[in-house]
Design a binder for this molecule. Structure first.
Ligand code: RIB
Ligand code: CA
Length: 338
């Protein structure tokens, strides 16, 4: 049995990731904690509470940090909608009251103390809650099996400021604090997650497949995914969307689908233009292989598995190869010589 804690800023791709993680019989989601990122933590928490209900998951949910460690919160409603799920929850008038506010960090520590090496923390948002948990009990967090962080970008452009990825950009101080505390982090960066996408046409085909069995999930994902894809169409000229967080879940549950390299990773926190930048010394000059970076994965295996588990329909390997894989642009000045 693999035991995981999911820390999330749900978020459309987070919602797909949580649904994916919930569909592994040999995985127990011991705890879901929420953090401000894509949208404020109050919206994230309502999304998780709603998703938990329609997925039939009984994991405890605790809300966490409403703001980054030491800077103003930056959210992404243009990407995920004001409510974090493409406006679906607002349009349906779905809201929850009376959940336990706070407690995320202490609950993460409780799970770490209880399960130790058997536990994996899957962090899908800014690292604010993770840093608070390290502050409470660094030894407990260092003593777990793995911290898998969707985040960072190590070659090429980012998705927030020029060279930064959103989760680290929102709270670079927390990311830096966790790394400087000696916690081993496995990064699943944009370099990898942007090499695969879910085309709109395929997304809508898959949604038809679950419409009968899970109409609530189909309605949620239909509105959320199409909003999220519309953003990618405007911003990335891509009629589809990235599944960043679901790939991080796969890296935690099926690491054998991935290739990792060890490296020190540092986070820039001071730069006016570079705060949130993740720096890996692949030449190993720093000597500390304190982290791992996922640099390749079997995208076909991932996508066929995700489609089967979440949508109940296994997309064919040739369809994935032809329609879901892509080259990622890396800033190479020689490109401009042509
Ligand atoms: O940069 C992508 C990451 O930022 C994803 O986790 C997305 O949900 C946002 O949190
Ligand atoms: Ca996320």
């Amino acid at each position: 049995m693999k035991r995981v804690v999911i820390d999330t800023d749900a978020g459309v791709d987070d919602s797909i990731a949580i649904a994916y993680a919930s569909r592994f019989p040999d995985v127990t989601i011991e705890l879901i904690t929420t953090v401000s990122g894509n949208v404020p933590v109050s919206e994230v928490t309502q999304n998780v509470l709603y998703l938990r209900g329609i997925l039939g998951v009984n994991s405890p949910v605790f809300s966490g940090a409403g703001a980054p460690r030491s800077r103003e919160l930056v959210t992404a409603p243009e990407v995920h909608g004001e409510d974090g799920v493409g406006g679906y929850r607002k349009s349906e008038g779905i809201s929850f009251r009376g959940w336990e506010t706070g407690g995320a960090a202490s609950e993460i520590v409780r799970a770490a103390r209880k399960y130790g090496r058997k536990l994996t923390i899957i962090s899908l948002g800014p690292m604010t809650n993770i840093a608070q948990a390290v502050m409470l009990d660094a030894a407990a967090i260092k003593g777990i099996g793995n911290v898998v962080q969707m985040g960072g970008v190590f070659s090429g452009y980012g998705n927030t400021s020029l060279f930064t990825e959103f989760n680290i950009f929102v709270d670079p101080e927390s990311a830096s604090f966790v790394l400087e505390s000696g916690v081993k982090v496995t990064f699943v960066p944009l370099d990898l997650t942007e090499t695969l996408f879910l085309p709109r046409e395929l997304a809508n085909e898959l949604l038809m497949k679950i419409n009968e069995s899970s109409p609530d999930l189909a309605q949620l994902f239909r509105k959320a995914l199409n909003y999220y894809i519309d953003y990618h169409k405007r911003n990335d000229k891509l009629d589809g969307c990235f599944l960043h967080d679901a790939i991080a879940v796969a890296a935690a549950i099926h690491p054998e689908w991935f290739r990792f390299i060890g490296s020190s990773v540092s986070v820039e926190t001071q730069g006016k233009l570079t705060a949130g930048m993740t720096l890996a010394d692949f030449r190993k000059k720093a000597g500390r292989e304190s982290s791992r970076i996922a640099v390749a994965f079997d995208g076909v295996r991932f996508m066929t598995d995700l489609s089967r588990r979440v949508f109940g329909y296994r997309v064919g390997t040739s369809t994935v190869s032809q329609k879901c894989l892509r080259e990622r642009f890396v800033a190479d000045f020689r490109n401009h010589l042509r």
